[in-house]
Design a protein around this ligand. Structure first.
Ligand code: OAD
Length: 245
């Protein structure tokens, strides 16, 4: 799948960064945002993924997130998540930086990872910022104006613990990702359009460090021009072939 010299560099790398977006979970049945049939074709981000939208209509926003929680909980990690988990077990130094709010990387067994956009299976209270992990999806039909999800500690209303448009990315995972990428041998970019913040810095830093940058995405992305090789195949097909130790 990769030219021989590139495949050899994949195998000889010691410090490997993987950067993933929604496309890595597409073959698990979780829709992406921007590809054909993606969520932003059907829904408007400004109605569902901003603080203003939540202030205007918290019931609609929570029902949308509860529906997505159900999708995530009924999905299983695919061959791409598993190949990335095998990379984590194999490379001496490894960091997965993901934009995904699902938990399929964790369920595939990845340990060394940072999440840039939060987690869909967590909520955060508006008054004190307490983070509450959810074991199962919220019940969509039980969400109403008088019964919004509440914090068990301080009883204030909770929001999904994800990063919305117009919000800052959390600094710790960004710094961890950039620090790691700035001295990596290889950056593997999987299933992201690269149009929201986070990835651009990683790819540029890796490139400056002289790392091999490989992209896996059936379509061209905003990061393609930074990759030495772009593998135009779905991730669950390509990743087990690129990494098969
Ligand atoms: P996008 O939906 O923007 O991009 C998904 C990418 O995955 C596209 O480039 C597709 O070509 C690619 N893709 C689709 N199927 C694939 C497959 N089977 N294998 C590999 N790649 C595939 O998702 P992200 O780049 O992750 O923000 O965007 C991240 C953010 O955009 C999300 O966190 C969300 C969204 O707006 C908020 O909700 C605030």
């Amino acid at each position: 799948m990769l030219p021989e010299d590139i495949q050899r560099r994949v195998e000889e790398s010691k410090r490997v960064c993987v950067f993933t977006g929604a496309g890595v979970s597409a073959e698990s049945g979780i829709p992406t945002f921007r590809s054909a049939g993606g969520l932003w074709e059907k829904y408007r981000p400004e109605d569902l993924a901003t603080l203003d939208a939540f202030a205007r209509d918290p019931v609609m926003v929570w029902q949308w997130y509860a529906w997505r929680q159900e999708l995530v909980c009924s999905a299983q990690p695919n061959a791409a998540h598993k190949a990335i988990a095998a990379m984590d077990r194999t490379y001496p130094e490894f960091l997965l930086v993901t934009q995904n709010v699902d938990d399929l990387h964790e369920r595939a067994g990845v340990k060394r990872m940072v999440k840039l956009h939060g987690s869909i299976m967590e909520m955060r209270c508006l008054d004190a910022g307490h983070v509450i992990a959810l074991k199962e999806p919220l019940d969509k039909d039980a969400i109403a104006k008088e019964s919004l999800p509440k914090c068990p500690t301080c009883d204030s209303v909770c929001r999904p613990n994800v990063v919305w448009f117009g919000e800052m990315l959390p600094p710790e995972p960004i710094y961890a990702g950039r620090e790691f990428a700035a001295a990596c041998d290889m950056l593997l970019i999987v299933g992201t359009s690269g149009v929201v913040g986070g990835g651009y810095g990683l790819a540029e830093l890796a490139k400056l460090a002289g790392a091999l940058v490989v992209e896996v995405n059936p379509e061209e992305s905003a990061l393609s021009h930074l990759a030495e090789v772009s593998v135009r195949h779905p991730a669950a097909d390509a990743l087990p072939k690129i990494f098969h130790r």
